[in-house]
Every structure is written in C-alpha cells, then in structure tokens.
Design a protein around this ligand. Structure first.
Ligand code: KIV
Ligand code: NA
Length: 263
C-alpha cells in the first residue's frame, strides 16, 4: 500500500475513521507494524525508559533519538514516522530548528514536542521551514518533576480551558497533529470536535482521531506498574503481528480504549 501522509490522516479525520499509532525503536518491530497495517509510528523518547532503563525521559539526547529514527526508517515501508524532540532540544526556536532538521534527515516525517502556547514561535518557525509538527499536551512526561508525577491533567474547568486554548494557539501557529496524554475523555472529545487537525490520544478516551500506545506496554512486557490506559494485546496465543492487528481492529471498531481505560 502507499505510504501514509499527513493528507491521508486529515482525510481519515474528516471521514470519521480512526487511525493507529504505536511506538517503535528498531527496524524489526517497525516492519511487523507495517505488516499489521499500523498507519503511524512514533519513535518516542519513551525509549529512555523502555530501551535504556532510565527512570524518566529526561536523559535522552538528540543523537540517541537520531540513532533510533535511522533504525526505524530502515525497517519502514509505509507508516508515517513521527520522532520526539528530546528534553531541552527545543528550548529556543533556532535550536529547535537545528535539532528538528537532524531528526528529519535521519528519516522522520514529523517531529513532536511537548508543551502549550509558549511553543508557538517554535512551531511557526518549523512549519514555515517545511517541518510538520505534532504538539504533545496534557501530561507531558518531560515536565514530570514540575507536574509532581505522572498525573491526569485538565481535570478542573480552568485547566481544561487552558488546554483548549493552547490547542487553538498551536494549530494557528502551524501544528498539524495534536497529541493528548492523560486527560479526561470528555475533554478529548471536545478538542477533537473543535480542531481541524487530527488528534491522537493516550489515556485521552475513545474519541480522539488516533490512538497511541507504547510498544512494551501493549505487548505486556513493560516492567513496573501498568497505567490505567494500557491494554495488553499479546494474549490468547497471538503472535506479535496478531497483537498489533488486534489493537488496530479494536481502535477502528472503537472498542479500545474502553471506558475503563479513560479518565
Ligand atoms: O515517548 C512516547 O512514547 C510518547 C507517547 C507515550 C505518546 O510520547
Ligand atoms: Na515522548
């Protein structure tokens, strides 16, 4: 099948068709995700935790991100590839442009960065230079120490309003995808209905246009406690590819995430 593009994802949103995203860090899993029809793949800075064994994403460097993007790129035939900009690699617009260029040259189709309206200058600069941007809102793991832990965001009316306003500002600055982590299901729905770019959710309910999970979580091999939004799909004697296919099917049918996975 043809490579998935941003216009393809925007068309899916317009037609109300849900799409899938999984994280990958190497060529082999990427290939299997392609075989299973996963539309988008994120080289997440979660690799700091699931690959490197760090206790947060903060130690991950741009060089490490590029190494994994190159590996994923080699294994990829048709998924749309997003790559995370690591902690402080986008602390100023010009620095962000240099580091986003590295990820794009390593093979990414889009970069993702964490934050709200304060990122607008950076998003605008990258967009103007032809680099598509995904903005990650809600629970932003690079800010874990400021947030005081991995907690649900946007629960109060004022916090929800702030996330909505950030979303509008980021789209106006040029963001082409918005990703929400750990926000109330109702807020995920309101924002998805409000913006004209695709939304992706993790712990954001069943109404976002796309869903994402961390590979290690969804095949049940993550160490430590399993967050509420995670489901293990490597069950019932499935192969890894069949687990990816089951995830894709449940996302398309909107049986995953179920109410129990949301906030
Ligand atoms: O790094 C990552 O895996 C992510 C997802 C959890 C969205 O940012
Ligand atoms: Na990330």
């Amino acid at each position: 099948s043809n490579p998935v593009t941003l216009s393809h994802l925007k068309k899916m949103k317009a037609e109300g068709e849900k799409f899938t995203c999984l994280t990958a860090y190497d060529a082999t899993f990427t290939h299997i995700m392609n075989e299973a029809g996963i539309e988008t793949i994120l080289v997440g800075d979660s690799l700091g935790m699931v690959i490197q064994g760090q206790d947060s994403t903060l130690p991950v460097t741009i060089e490490e991100m590029c190494y994994h993007v190159r590996a994923v790129k080699r294994g990829n035939s048709n998924a749309f590839l997003l790559a995370d900009m690591p902690f402080m690699s986008y602390s100023k617009p010009e620095l962000a442009l240099d580091n986003a260029a590295k990820l794009m040259q390593a093979g990414a189709n889009m970069v993702k960065l964490e934050g709200g309206s304060w990122l607008c200058d950076t998003v605008q600069l990258l967009s103007q230079r032809g680099i598509p941007v995904c903005a990650h809102l809600g629970l932003t793991p690079q800010a874990v120490h400021k947030l005081g832990g991995y907690k649900v965001q946007g629960k109060s009316d004022s916090a929800a309003e702030q996330i909505k306003q950030d979303s509008i500002d980021l789209v106006n600055a040029g963001a082409d995808i918005l990703l929400y982590e750990c926000i109330p299901t109702e807020l995920g729905k309101e924002i998805t209905d409000m913006v004209n770019v695709p939304t992706i959710g993790i712990g954001a309910g069943q109404h976002t246009d796309g869903q994402v999970l961390v590979l290690h979580d969804m095949i049940g091999i993550n160490l430590g406690k399993r967050p509420r939004f995670v489901k293990n799909f490597l069950t019932d004697g499935r192969s890894i590819q069949e687990a990816f296919e089951a995830y894709a099917q449940e996302v398309k049918e909107q049986t995953f995430p179920a109410n129990e996975h949301g906030f």
